[in-house]
Design a binder for this molecule. Structure first.
Ligand SMILES: Cc1cc2nc3c(=O)[nH]c(=O)nc-3n(C[C@H](O)[C@H](O)[C@H](O)COP(=O)(O)OP(=O)(O)OC[C@H]3O[C@@H](n4cnc5c(N)ncnc54)[C@H](O)[C@@H]3O)c2cc1C
Length: 310
C-alpha cells in the first residue's frame, strides 16, 4: 500500500533540512523533496552561522544530509514538487518525476529566488565580488571601494547600512534614483556620491569587479558591489494552495511554529520571513518541525482516546 507519510517537506535548504532533523528525531516518517537550487548556491562561502562560519554551501548541505540520515524514518527525493492536492490529514504531492507522495502534514520550505537587475556583467561577479547582504558578505568587502546598486527607499537604507562596513561607497541607481529630496540631501551631507545615469556594464576579470561603467561615459571604480535583487517565492505552490501572502510575496505564518492560514500546512525559511539568513531559516525549520509534531501528537492522542473508549 502507498505510504502515508507523517509529513512531506518541500525544499531542502536549511529550513527544510532542520525540520527533517527535528521530525526524524521525533520518530516521524518524513519525505523531503528537494530540487537542489538553494538561494546561496552562487557563493563560495557562507557566513554568520555559529560553528559553520565560512563553510561552502555544498559542504553545509552535505553535513546536514549525513546527520539526518542517522534517522531512518526520513526519506529524500531529488525532485520538484509540481502539484499538491488533498487536505490536512491526507495531502498528495505530485513530483515532476512522476512519483506521488501522500502525507498528513506539509511543510513549505521553498525559499525565495533572486531576480537580478538586468545589467551587463552582473552575473559574472554575482557571488564572487557582488553580493546582496552585508551581514553575509560585508566583512569580506570591508573598507573596500564599493558600488551600491539600488533605487529609492532600498538604496537609501542600503547606503546607510553598508556604511558600517566601508566608508568608501558610491550609490549607482541605474536610472532615476526614486529618492526624496530629503534623502538626496542626507546622502550629500554625508559625502556619499550618487550617480543616476543608466549602467552600461560591469567590468570584471575572473569574477572580480574593477568598475561600473555608466551610459554618460563616467565610470565608478570599485572592488566590490552590493545590489538589491527582487525577491520572488521559490515556488508557486504556496499561492496555489491558498496560503495567505504578504505584499512582499512571503507566506504569512500565524504563529512561531510556522502554521500557515491553510490547515495542516506549515511554512519556514526565506519564504516566510524578510530576514533572510541561514540560521534564521534553520531555526524556523526546527520550530516548524516541532509544530508539525505537536499537531500529529495531539491528533494521535485524540485517536487513542476514541479507540480506548470504544
Ligand atoms: C548570494 C547569497 C549569499 C548568501 N550568503 C549568506 C550567508 O553568508 N549567510 C547567511 O546566513 N545567509 C546567506 N544568504 C541567505 C541564505 O541563502 C538564505 O537565507 C537561506 O538559503 C534560506 O534558506 P531556505 O531553506 O529558506 O531556502 P533555500 O536555501 O533557498 O532552499 C530552498 C530549497 O527549496 C527547493 N525548492 C523550491 N521549490 C521547490 C519545489 N517545488 N520542489 C522541490 N524543491 C523546491 C530549492 O531548489 C531549494 O533547494 C545568502 C543569500 C544569497 C542570495
Amino acid at each position: 500500500m502507498e505510504t502515508l507519510f507523517d509529513a512531506a517537506i518541500i525544499g531542502g535548504g536549511p529550513a527544510g533540512l532542520n525540520a527533517a532533523l527535528v521530525l526524524g528525531r521525533a520518530r516521524k516518517n518524513v519525505i523531503l523533496i528537494d530540487e537542489g537550487l538553494p538561494r546561496n548556491r552562487v557563493t563560495h562561502e557562507s557566513h554568520g552561522f555559529l560553528t559553520r562560519d565560512g563553510i561552502k554551501p555544498d559542504e553545509f548541505r552535505r553535513i546536514a544530509v549525513e546527520q539526518i540520515r542517522a534517522y531512518p524514518s526520513v526519506r529524500f527525493s531529488a525532485d520538484i514538487a509540481v502539484d499538491i492536492a488533498g487536505a490536512d490529514g491526507d495531502f498528495k504531492v505530485s513530483a515532476k518525476g512522476g512519483d506521488i507522495y501522500r502525507a498528513k502534514k506539509l511543510l513549505l520550505a521553498v525559499g525565495k529566488k533572486d531576480r537580478l537587475p538586468e545589467i551587463e556583467g552582473l552575473t559574472d561577479v554575482y557571488g564572487k565580488s557582488a553580493f546582496v547582504c552585508p551581514y553575509c558578505d560585508g566583512w569580506e568587502l570591508r573598507d573596500r571601494r564599493l558600488a551600491v546598486i539600488a533605487k529609492g527607499e532600498r538604496a537609501f537604507h542600503f547606503a546607510k547600512t553598508i556604511l558600517g562596513w566601508s566608508e568608501r561607497i558610491t550609490l549607482c541607481t541605474d536610472g532615476p534614483d526614486e529618492l526624496t529630496d530629503a534623502q538626496r540631501e542626507e546622502l550629500r551631507v554625508r559625502g556619499i556620491p550618487l550617480f543616476d545615469a543608466r549602467i552600461r556594464r560591469i567590468v570584471s576579470e575572473d569574477g572580480l569587479v574593477s568598475k561600473v561603467e555608466l551610459e554618460e561615459g563616467a565610470a565608478v571604480a570599485c572592488t566590490g558591489i552590493f545590489f538589491a535583487p527582487t525577491l520572488v517565492p521559490g515556488s508557486d505552490l504556496p499561492r496555489a494552495l491558498g496560503c495567505e501572502l504578504t505584499p512582499t510575496g512571503s507566506i504569512a505564518a500565524t504563529d512561531v511554529l510556522g502554521k500557515s492560514s491553510v490547515p495542516g500546512v506549515f511554512v519556514a525559511g526565506d519564504i516566510a520571513t524578510e530576514l533572510n539568513q541561514l540560521i534564521q531559516a534553520a531555526a524556523m525549520g526546527a520550530m516548524a518541525g516541532a509544530g508539525i509534531n505537536a499537531e500529529l501528537l495531539a491528533e494521535a492522542w485524540e485517536a487513542r482516546g476514541r479507540a480506548m473508549r470504544s
